[in-house]
Design a protein around this ligand. Structure first.
Ligand code: COA
Ligand code: MG
Length: 309
């Protein structure tokens, strides 16, 4: 009973934290750890999160030298608080464990695990971090990019309800999903969309953030803006990016829209009127508004205040 109670208290604490400590993850940029020119740019970029990549962005011959550079890269993190996450190689690969142990010592904000399939993969990584005294601030992020992970996504997300698991965020690995399943990658992402929605649903059930996959055609910013708008409408918190030019469209798409902010202010004002003080449902401009809409409005306004929208 006691561990169950502790887990419940921890999960309640976590849901309380997520509503009042919003952390923007609108633009999440991959930077290969082997690309010095790209690394040098980080301090000047306006993205919310950087993912220093040791996995698919790094050639096999550079895997070990890229890992050796990590401590220096993280020590030089920009003073402006930009979240720094490191994507390691799969734990089962020849580099995975050494990647994890080296990265954990450098204390990034998160370690992104690629090619996971089951909750066990998250628990194993968490055990390794605990055994090596990595502080609790080092969170785990998970790529959802294999058919197995998609089939298990609800059970994986459930770990987010227990802070001890460290799980904080899902990232859609759309290129790998296309490759592993054989679906056709169309510009409107019609065959991916059901899985992406399932991913958002699971993330919300587990109290996790969730980031959409990359747009490969980094010169087509109109297509990117469309994809970001669609991802925001699906409920994603942000978009994985591969090029600095993609940052501004993503920041714009995942920030609250001016009309949504105006509506949120109107809802807050309406509920603050003395005649509405005890009411759970009111009418506003011919529409029903409930207390749940007030909570949603407060959350949106808090989010806008944090990102300066
Ligand atoms: N992060 C930081 N800076 C980047 C960057 C990135 N992901 N991608 C490009 N830049 C920099 C370039 O170094 C260049 O810098 P400069 O102005 O000092 O010369 C500038 O942005 C313009 O780059 P550009 O010439 O347009 O592109 P490129 O040909 O140098 O690079 C890619 C194109 C796709 C190879 C590169 O963007 C990249 O490697 N992206 C990440 C890929 C990745 O991580 N994939 C795995 C995860 S899906
Ligand atoms: Mg991948």
């Amino acid at each position: 009973m006691v561990p169950r109670l502790a887990s419940l208290v921890s999960s309640l604490h976590r849901s309380a934290m997520t509503s009042d400590t919003y952390r923007p993850r609108r633009s999440v940029l991959y930077v290969p750890a082997s690309n010095d020119k790209a690394l040098a740019k980080i301090a000047s970029l306006a993205c919310d999160t950087v993912i220093i990549d040791l996995e698919d962005g790094v050639a096999l011959a550079d895997k070990v030298s890229a890992r050796h550079k990590l401590t220096g890269i993280l020590a030089a993190r920009p003073a402006r608080r930009c979240e720094m996450v490191v994507r390691i190689n799969p734990l089962g690969s020849e580099w995975g464990i050494d990647d994890l142990l080296t990265v954990a010592k450098a204390e990034p904000d998160g370690i992104l695990l690629p090619k996971i399939g089951t909750p066990r993969d998250i628990l194993d990584a968490g055990d390794l971090l605990d055994d090596n005294f990595a502080p609790d601030i080092v969170k785990l992020w998970a790529m959802i990019e294999t058919p197995k992970a998609l089939l298990n996504v609800g059970a994986i997300a459930e770990l987010g309800r227990d802070q001890a698991s460290r799980l904080a965020c899902f990232v859609a690995g759309t290129n790998d999903l296309v490759k592993a399943t054989g679906i056709l990658a169309t510009p409107d992402r019609r065959y991916l969309t059901p899985w992406l929605l399932q991913l958002v649903l699971a993330a919300r059930a587990g109290g996790l953030d969730v980031i959409d996959g990359v747009a490969n055609d980094f010169r087509d910013l109109d297509a990117l803006a469309r994809e970001c708008a669609e991802a925001a409408a699906m409920g994603f918190d942000g978009k994985s990016l591969i090029h600095p030019a993609q940052i501004e469209p993503a920041n714009r798409a995942f920030a609250p829209a001016p009309e949504a902010l105006a509506r949120a202010r109107a809802i807050r004002e309406a509920f603050s009127r003395p005649e509405n003080a005890g009411k759970s449902v009111i009418a506003l401009d011919g529409r029903m508004v409930e207390r749940l809409h007030l909570a949603e409005a407060e959350k949106l306004l808090a989010k806008a205040a944090i990102i300066g929208a």
